[in-house]
Write a protein that binds this ligand. Structure first.
Ligand SMILES: Nc1ncnc2c1ncn2[C@@H]1O[C@H](COP(=O)(O)OP(=O)(O)OP(=O)(O)O)[C@@H](O)[C@H]1O
Ligand SMILES: O=C(O)C1=C[C@@H](O)[C@@H](O)[C@H](O)C1
Ligand SMILES: [Mg+2]
Length: 196
């Protein structure tokens, strides 16, 4: 990608926007990591469209994610998720926040890797639990011991999320601070990839 000329005084968002070029920025990670809320701010900062794959799936199916899981099961949900994400990634640049299991699916992960820069928002169990325990809209956590289920998902999924291009630690700080960290990481990733 050819770098547009950057000037002294360019802001963090200008530099991140230039680093991204026409690629998509795709946020991956577990439920509660902040993909949807941080992704929305990042897109606003970059001045490019924001799309949340869970919201898009609910829009096209006219069902909630819980209803989809209940009516068709997880495998059908994943097949739909793959199709929707593939379509969303066709026209970059966009910020696409994915559902927690999207990057774990081999086909979806391939589409994500091909179409842009992936960012893993990595959080520890206590941060995630504090956030997801407030709402019961997540079908995979409707178990007898949802905190243990979340920990099991972390153990199974973290090695796969680690394949993302960038990892940003999602902590208990304001969402705007997290968004700035994502922008900085995009710039750093671009700088590293152009080093001799
Ligand atoms: N940095 C933050 N500080 C405080 N609260 C946060 C932060 N990031 C996210 N949250 C809150 O945590 C909850 C989950 O965040 P969000 O929906 O963005 O996560 P997600 O990664 O998109 O999860 P899912 O995979 O379930 O869609 C929301 O209520 C959100 O407001
Ligand atoms: O972690 C997951 O597998 C999921 C996370 C949510 O974003 C939804 O996509 C759905 O509840 C499945
Ligand atoms: Mg989300």
């Amino acid at each position: 990608m050819s770098d547009p000329v950057l000037k002294v005084g360019d802001t963090l968002k200008d530099r991140a926007r230039a680093a991204l070029g026409s690629r998509n920025l795709i946020l991956v990670g577990l439920m509660g990591a902040g993909k949807s809320s941080v992704g929305r701010i990042v897109a606003h900062q970059l001045g490019i469209p924001f799309i949340d794959s869970d919201v898009e799936i609910e829009r096209v199916s006219r069902m909630t994610i819980s209803e989809l899981f209940a009516a068709y099961g997880e495998d059908e949900f994943r097949a739909l998720e793959t199709r929707v994400i593939k379509r969303l990634l066709k026209n970059g640049p966009r910020v696409v926040s994915t559902g927690g299991g999207a990057f774990i699916n081999d086909r979806t992960r391939k589409h994500i890797k091909k179409s842009g820069l992936s960012v893993w928002l990595k959080a520890d169990l206590e941060v995630l639990w504090e956030r997801v325990s407030k709402r019961d809209t997540r079908p995979l956590l409707k178990t007898e011991n949802p905190k243990q289920t979340l920990e099991n998902l972390m153990n199974a999924r973290y090695p796969i999320y680690a394949e993302a291009d960038i990892t940003v630690l999602s902590r208990d700080v304001r969402k705007e601070v997290m968004a700035d960290e994502v922008l900085k990481a995009v710039i750093e990733a671009q700088t590293e990839s152009t080093l001799p």
